[in-house]
Ligand binder design. Sequence first.
Ligand code: SF4
Length: 364
Amino acid sequence: MHYYVHIPFCKSRCAYCDFFSTTQLARREAYVDALLCEIALRRNGTASTIYLGGGTPSVLPPDAIRRIIQAIDSSPSPSVEITMEANPGDLTLDTLNALRAVGINRLSIGIQSFQDDLLRMIGRRHNAQQAQQAVRDAQQAGFSNISIDLMYGLPGQSFEQWKTDIETALCLNVQHISCYCLSYETGTRLTRLLQRGEIKEQDDDTLNTMYDYLCEQLKTHGYEHYEVSNFALPRFHSQHNSCYWADKSYIGFGAGAHSYDAERRIRSWNVSDLEPYIAAMKSTNQGLAADQVYEEEQINDEQHRMEQIMLGLRTSSGIPQTLIIDSPALHRYLEEDMIRLANQHYIATQKGIHLLNRIIEDLV
Ligand code: SF4
């Protein structure tokens, strides 16, 4: 089984983020206790992958991470990918050594940019020097499967700065790079600045140029572009994230975490609120039900087909030909080289990726 664990704590909120997280760090211990109750209640067999995401899992002490991993699988095989997301500012050499010792074998480091002015503007707590040092320290601690996150399309970010970020990332010799285009989510600080006219959105041409340059550079340096936003050296694709795109079952623990039962086609999720989650798990521990913080929905055939198209077209494996109904739009996209057909799968081309949302809309 693939397991996700949500750690919804952050030392401060970043200016672009609308994920469920809280700065109430004092509730960490109570939360870990609640997580352990939920894991005991809902775990289902040995782990294929474990992913600790957030929020910021690196705000937890390594011993709490150990207890969570152990509760999920008391003796995971060494081949099980166990990923933890981390912020550069939390990663001292001692912490990294401790994380290796408790079983983390893949780190996903939220760097976002190697430009101090941009990091400040998006509200990240680290600077460029700390970001590079965190990767080097992780390598020194023995991590040989490291992913870093970068962002492009930031307000005021020049193409030269983006080029430098990519060069810096390549010099770090990490195995995996995820790159996300900034999106302005409702209620975030950056969106408010945009609405007040204090910052400007990057135009589509600039975003496309940044993205194409990224793809070309990473490909030249041996990275496989296996999902729209994800690049990996051979054999270093994220096994955990790939399970989401390949319609596999997973169980998510923690406030706001989602689960999916591929066989029964049921998706479920926990309440995105810290205190009700902690209270419910405490009562579960006392033999009471925790349904008030848990919801589920049945995915029907049509929804399932649409979701497979939406997720699959973002990957380099594409989607089985049989999922798409023959239509004039399909022929047009094939003729315009936006999608191609290979081994009975439709795959988005580099040209098509720029218009992926529209293509998906037309084909579902
Ligand atoms: S981007 Fe990450 S660190 Fe920043 S607020 Fe969101 S979850 Fe927390």
